[in-house]
Design a protein around this ligand. Structure first.
Ligand code: NAD
Length: 245
C-alpha cells in the first residue's frame, strides 16, 4: 500500500510508533524512525534488524529547527523525497492540578504540540516541492472528552486536533493531506506506567471488550497514509473500541 513512499515516524522506538514502522515496512515504504536519544534508537534499530527489518534512525531534538532541518536534508539526500510524516512522539500526565508544576505542563506542550508544529513546519516545504504528501498526527480519545486528572495531556491533544483540522485546510491546495488518529487505551509502556486503579475500570467500559493493541492504531495510520484515503483530510479517526470515558 505504500510502495515507493518515504515515511518518517517520530516516537518510533517503541509502542504505537514502533508498530507503525513495522506496518509501513510490511507495506513497502522506506521508513525512518525518530527517537529521543541515541541508545533507544540504536536498540530499536538492532531489534528490527534481528527481525529482518532495515530502517534508518535519528534522534533530533524536536524543539530545535536546526536539528530537525539537518536530519531532513540527510533524508532528502538519501531518499530523494519525503512523502509521509507521522507525528507520534508524546508523553502523558495523570497528576491533579494542585500537584502539577508549570514546567511539567510546559514539557507536555513542548513535545505533544510544539514539536508537532516544528516537524510540520520543517517538512511542509519538502512536501510542497514534491507536489503532495501526508501528515498524520497522534491524538487521543481524551481529545474529545478530557480526563479527570493530568489536564496537560488532554489539553495538548485538543491542540493536536486543532492543528490537524487547520493545517488540513491550509495545505489541501498543495495536495498535502493532514489527519489524526485518536487511540483509546492502547497496550504500550505509556499505559503500563499509569496506576492500575485508573486503567482497569476504564477497560471494563470499552464496548469492544478489550484494550487496543499498537497494531490496531498502526493499521489506521496505514489506511490514512495510503491512496485509499486520498479524499480524506482534516479528520480525527477514533480507534478506541467505542470507548467513551
Ligand atoms: P510510548 O511511551 O510507548 O512511546 C512514546 C514514544 O515517544 C517513544 O518512542 C519515545 O522515544 C518518544 N518520545 C518520548 N519523549 C520524547 C522526546 N522528548 N523527544 C522525542 N521523542 C520522544 O507511548 P505510546 O503509547 O506508544 O504513545 C505514542 C503516542 O500515542 C503518543 O502521542 C500518545 O499520546 C498517543 N496515545 C497513546 C495511547 C495509549 O493508550 N498508549 C492512547 C492515546 C494516545
Amino acid at each position: 500500500m505504500l510502495e515507493g513512499k518515504v515515511a518518517i515516524v517520530t516516537g518510533g522506538t517503541r509502542g504505537i510508533g514502533l508498530e507503525t514502522v513495522k506496518v509501513f515496512k510490511e507495506n513497502k515504504a522506506s521508513v525512518i524512525l525518530f527517537g529521543s536519544k541515541k541508545e533507544t534508537v540504536d536498540k530499536a534499530l538492532e531489534d528490527l534488524k534481528n527481525d529482518g527489518i532495515e530502517v534508518k534512525g535519528y534522534y533530533p531534538n524536536l524543539n530545535n529547527y536546526d536539528d530537525i532541518n539537518n536530519v531532513l536534508e540527510e533524508i532528502k539526500k538519501e531518499y530523494g523525497h519525503i512523502d509521509i510524516l507521522v507525528n507520534n512522539a508524546g508523553i502523558s500526565a495523570n497528576k491533579k492540578i494542585e500537584d502539577t508544576t508549570s514546567s511539567e505542563f510546559e514539557s507536555i506542550m513542548n513535545l505533544n504540540v510544539n514539536a508537532m508544529f516544528n516537524m510540520c513546519k520543517c517538512v511542509v516545504p519538502y512536501m510542497k516541492k514534491n507536489k503532495g504528501g501526508v501528515i498524520l498526527n497522534t491524538s487521543s480519545m481524551v481529545s474529545i472528552y478530557g480526563q479527570p486528572s493530568g489536564v496537560g495531556y488532554p489539553a495538548s491533544k485538543f491542540a493536536v486536533n486543532g492543528l490537524t483540522k487547520s493545517l488540513a485546510r491550509e495545505l489541501a491546495p498543495f495536495n498535502i493531506r493532514v489527519n489524526a488518529v485518536a487511540p483509546g487505551i492502547t497496550n504500550t509502556d505509556m499505559v503500563a506506567s499509569l496506576p492500575k486503579e485508573m486503567i482497569e475500570p476504564l477497560i471494563k467500559t470499552i464496548p469492544l471488550g478489550r484494550i487496543g493493541e499498537p497494531r490496531d492504531i498502526a493499521n489506521a495510520f496505514l489506511f490514512l497514509a495510503s491512496d485509499l484515503a486520498s479524499y480524506i483530510t482534516g479528520n480525527i479517526l477514533s480507534v478506541d473500541g467505542a470507548a467513551r470515558s
